[in-house]
Design a protein around this ligand. Structure first.
Ligand code: PEP
Ligand code: MN
Length: 355
């Protein structure tokens, strides 16, 4: 159930709604304050109770409408929160209509490579720097990242180039440590349904980039996001990074359908990862542009100053020159399609401030 207050309604009217809900044993959550307050109730109510509560609340001052809807994900549902969420990361505002580009190496390898790549992506116009310090690898014998040393290098590079950093948190034991250094906590595809990890990042005041599991449905992705939102962290961004299909000639298959679908189903920003979905540098730019044309709020792209020497994912990492070229095209495609990717175009509400 969602209670939409009239624009400019008083705090006391909102408090009254919350107290009526509480008297019924229900917890009202403030979903948005701007441009108007909305209050959500996540508990599943039977239809008679729901109608009774709705009538009682409709009669209160300052209430414009009470909507009930049946959806298993709630806090991420567009019906629960009609205004699109913009996630704030430092000076960057994700989901404000212009694409947000996250770029950098797959893994933090050493200071020199990270600094050179960061300088290149920043100069080309990237908004955030990516780089894994804790890498999920299929084989335990592969390079698994520099751990805390990598996080320190990310922070140093972030400050040197004035660019926020996104990095993966692999296990529950590392959440605090990663949150101390990172601006955005990435949950990788392999951990999309690690519910303890989702709950853990839900308690942090860092935005979360949640990647779709390679075998997860769109609904499962939204339910995973629900765990983070439920914990009180409203700054969640979703990422389509390719799913497993019978096709073997690319690394995964980018589910382009999921981009406009997610924009319809949820108010959360949606990213596309053309690097892991294709696994092939030559396919990255066209697939990235397809993501933007489909309405993605941003891209996360692997870029390496010397991809042939990369310790991880060199084949899919763009050289700086190709990335700079892609950046120009991203802006052209974005302005060509405008807000066309948003099938249910509505205004944007800033949820809360990040670091
Ligand atoms: C990554 O972005 O570094 C990564 C490992 O991606 P994914 O979790 O999508 O495989
Ligand atoms: Mn990678």
């Amino acid at each position: 159930m969602v209670v939409l207050m009239r624009p400019g309604s008083r705090k006391s009217s909102v408090a009254k709604v919350l107290s009526v809900l509480s008297a019924r044993g229900l917890q009202g959550r403030i979903l948005a304050v701007d441009p108007r307050v909305s209050v959500g109730v996540t508990e599943q109510l039977d239809s008679t109770v729901s109608a009774e509560v709705a009538n009682e609340i409709r009669a209160l001052g300052g209430v414009e409408e009470v909507e009930s809807f049946d959806s298993s994900y709630k806090l991420s549902d567009r019906g629960f929160h009609p205004d699109r969420t913009a996630v704030k990361v430092g000076k960057v505002r994700v989901g404000d209509g212009s694409p947000t580009i996250i770029a950098g190496p797959c893994a933090v390898e050493n200071r020199d490579t990270l600094m050179r790549t960061a300088e290149a992506v920043k100069t080309a116009g990237a908004d955030m720097l990516r780089g894994g310090a804790f890498k999920p690898r299929t084989s335990p014998y592969s390079f698994r990242g520099l751990g805390e040393k990598g996080l320190k290098l990310l922070r140093e590079t972030s400050e040197a180039f004035d660019i926020p950093v996104v990095t993966e948190v692999l296990g529950t034991g590392d959440i605090r440590l990663v949150a101390d250094y990172a601006d955005v906590l990435q949950i990788g595809a392999r951990n999309m349904q690690n519910f303890s990890l989702l709950e853990g990042v839900g308690e942090q005041d860092r935005p979360v980039l949640l990647k779709r599991g390679m075998s997860a449905t769109v609904r499962e992705l939204l339910l995973a996001a629900e765990y983070v939102l439920e914990g009180g962290n409203t700054q969640v961004m979703l990422c389509e990074r390719g799913i497993r299909t019978f096709e073997q000639s690319t690394r995964y298959t980018l589910d382009i359908n999921s981009v406009p679908l997610l924009r319809r189903l949820t108010h959360l920003p949606v990213f596309v990862d053309p690097s892991h979905s294709t696994g092939d540098r030559e396919l990255v730019a066209p697939v990235a542009l397809a993501g933007i044309a489909a309405g993605a709020d941003g891209l996360i792209v692997e870029v390496h100053c010397e991809p042939d020497k990369a310790l991880v994912d060199g084949n899919q990492s763009l050289r700086p020159g190709c990335f700079a070229d892609l950046m120009k095209k991203v802006h052209k495609v974005s302005s060509a399609v405008g807000e066309g990717g948003d099938l249910t175009s509505r205004s944007t509400a800033v949820q809360s401030a990040g670091r």
